[in-house]
Design a protein around this ligand. Structure first.
Ligand code: AKG
Length: 442
């Protein structure tokens, strides 16, 4: 009996222990499988804060990270592609823009000035991003969650104020690279949240025309050649590039919040503005950077504080990084182009001309046999012809007849509209009265 009693107790303990072990195994297994399932699901964006607009649901979160990060400037690209005294030394700064095709600048606007502009832009953007997809520019190098808002300095006082300040400080650099007649051809704010990355691209045609004919006997003007993506590429040397007769357009980007890899800094590839294919490339797609090809360049993505900015040559390859966060990442941007000789030295292709129509003029240009005076543009053939056909459709009968008359009997000559900006560098500083006058008389 004593023996029996002795052996019954351990059996019940054993049974309970076994049960406990089974339950634990079952719990662990189901926890593991639910964790696995969660990680297989695409990430759900966190709910957007409505702190700025109580009670109103928002597409993006407009709360500001108010930090100012000195450590951003430890980045190698800040060291290599910035000019510390750019405000006092526009000659050095413009030299750097020519050589590298990109220049990073600290404090174009002070923190307080940038904050004032930001607060205005947030009030403007918040209801517009909510109003559906009117401002969603699907074609802006293919990303999701990206909006483009062309701005109007006449109607938007804080924009005029910021534009004047920016051009007052950066204008001397633009003047050196583009001349005082340079025209403002883009003025907008780009916004992302929960956004994918852009494809690497240049804003105007970088690598459409081949270099072989031009440089065959002038190899001193070529820095190096390399093989990439099954083709030979040639890099013009920096000193020579400055004087090359190609259409010129430069952009300035100013982030409206601290901007880094986390919320989508712009990647740039300094030096890529001087790149040309040695031979004609039939199927090179200008909008899609080829990894083989990009690996010959350093990729820069230095973080920027609010009010910092960078200028880049529109031929320099670049792309906005992804912004998977719900936080609005806003980029105030403007572009100037030298346009004295449209149709003579070539044409700018590919730019989005993100500018309100009020500040643009369309200039009809007749191109004889796809050749401009100094520059063979037949390599643009498809682009040019598509643009020409689209433009002709927009004309009234009498306008079309007039252009046909100017085209004469030359069936291969084509007619294009070229975008010109009404506001010139030499018009700055702008005032409301000046803007009214320019908007009316041109
Ligand atoms: O937002 C950016 O950082 C780059 C934008 C850009 O390159 C473009 O829209 O073409």
């Amino acid at each position: 009996m004593g023996k029996k009693h002795k052996s019954a107790l351990p059996w019940s303990v054993v049974a309970i222990s076994v049960l406990l072990v089974l339950v634990t195994i079952w719990q662990t297994t189901s926890l593991f499988s639910s964790q696995q399932k969660a990680s297989e699901r695409p990430p759900v964006p966190p709910p957007v804060s409505t702190a700025n607009f109580p009670g109103v649901p928002q597409r993006c979160d407009y709360n500001l990270d108010e930090g100012y990060y000195l450590k951003f400037y430890e980045d190698k690209c800040w060291r290599d592609y910035s000019v510390e005294d750019w405000k006092e030394n526009p000659a050095r700064a413009s030299r750097a823009v020519f050589d590298h095709g990109a220049l990073y600048m600290k404090e174009i606007l002070t923190y307080q000035e940038a904050l004032t502009l930001r607060e205005y832009l947030v009030q403007e953007l918040s209801p517009r991003t909510l109003a559906g997809n009117k401002y969603y520019t699907k074609d802006l190098r293919d990303p999701e969650g990206r909006y483009d808002f062309p701005l109007d300095p006449l109607e938007q006082g804080p924009v005029l104020e910021a534009l004047n300040k920016v051009v007052d400080r950066v204008g001397p650099i633009f003047e050196r690279i583009l001349g005082e007649k340079a025209e403002l051809v883009e003025l907008s704010v780009l916004q992302t949240c929960n956004a994918t990355a852009q494809n690497t691209h240049s804003d105007t045609c970088t690598i459409c025309c081949d270099a072989q004919d031009t440089y065959r006997d002038r190899m001193g003007e070529i820095d190096r050649t390399f093989e990439a993506g099954g083709q030979t590429m040639a890099v013009l040397n920096a000193g020579h590039y400055e004087n090359v007769n190609v259409p010129k357009s430069y952009s300035l980007f100013l982030p409206m919040q601290p901007t880094g890899v986390k919320n989508g800094v712009t990647n740039t590839y300094p030096g890529s503005h001087r790149l040309l294919p040695w031979k004609t490339v039939e199927d090179f797609n200008d909008d899609h950077g080829d990894d083989d090809f990009l690996e010959h360049y350093e990729r820069c993505n230095p973080s920027l504080n609010m009010g910092d900015g960078f200028i880049y040559n529109s031929r320099t390859l670049h792309a906005a990084g992804r912004n998977p966060t719900p936080s609005a990442r806003m980029m105030f941007m403007l572009s100037f182009q030298a346009v004295d000789d449209y149709g003579e030295n070539g044409l700018l292709f590919g730019s989005s001309y993100s500018l309100q129509k009020k500040w643009q003029t369309l200039l009809p240009v007749v191109l004889k046999r796809l050749k401009a005076k100094h520059y063979d543009i037949s390599c643009y053939r498809d682009d040019v012809q598509a643009r020409s056909a689209a433009y002709m459709k927009t004309l009234k009968n009498e306008e079309r007849n007039e252009l046909m008359r100017r085209r004469g009997k030359d069936k291969e000559a084509i007619v294009l509209s070229v975008v010109k900006g009404k506001l010139k560098l030499k018009d700055f500083p702008l005032s409301v009265a000046k803007l009214r006058k320019i908007a009316q008389i041109t």
